[in-house]
Write a protein that binds this ligand. Sequence first.
Ligand code: 0WE
Length: 254
Amino acid sequence: MLLEGKNAVIFGVANTRSMAYGIASAFKREGAKLAFSYAGEAIQKRVLPISEELGGEFTFPCDVTSDEEIEAAMQLVKERWGSVDILVHSIAFAPKADLEGRFLDTSRAGFKTAMDVSVYSLPALCHAFEPILNPGGSVIAMTYYGAQKVIGNYNVMGVAKAALEASVRYLAVDLGQKDIRINAISSCPIKTLAASGVSGFRHMLTHIEEHAPLHRNVTIENVGNTAVYLASDFASAVTGEILFNDCGYNVLGM
Ligand code: 0WE
């Protein structure tokens, strides 16, 4: 088992289709101990049974737009475990109205929300958890190709993911001082709760099947196994990296 004896805190499980669920399942299989955050009571109801299923040791509330809740989350993890080896950030949100039409029509409020929830939450979590992250530890964030190339309708989230990817590089330098690594996994579209509200999503999935070098879509199990690698000591020299887990889609020109 690749993660035996490691403690992993998972932010962003909403249901059993979540990428964070695929990651948590793979971590459990590899012997990691798990804890799960939830944002609000509606999500708590979904996360509790999942934590039970995966043998999670505890769950805790954490709305990442609140510095107080992030600090309280760190204190709780500190009380329960003392320290942490793996932190998974699988959180993003932009108002639906800003994920359609033209990017140049993006509202200031939508831009701010997307940046706060989807980007600032990463440095904020790293800042809060730094004192209890063990040397050899690994932070993992989720990104998407829309950060690097224009994907129709992804709009403000593309700009947010670009900022998230740059944040991973800057954080890699800061956390590297403590022998903590941080990387992002760039997956292709997966039918999750976040994707269910996106018009034309089915078309994106068939497009990947038709064009990606591996002619299929990515599963949350694939994402989980890539996360196991990044969290494991096999990736001990890998930091600041954007690792594509996209059946090769990003290498295509025409
Ligand atoms: O990062 C994402 C999803 C992020 C997301 C999705 C939603 C939908 C519902 C963030 N906020 C919201 N807010 C909502 O109200 N993906 C990589 C999946 C995704 O989302 C898209 C995509 C793809 C791919 C949105 C538009 C176009 C393509």
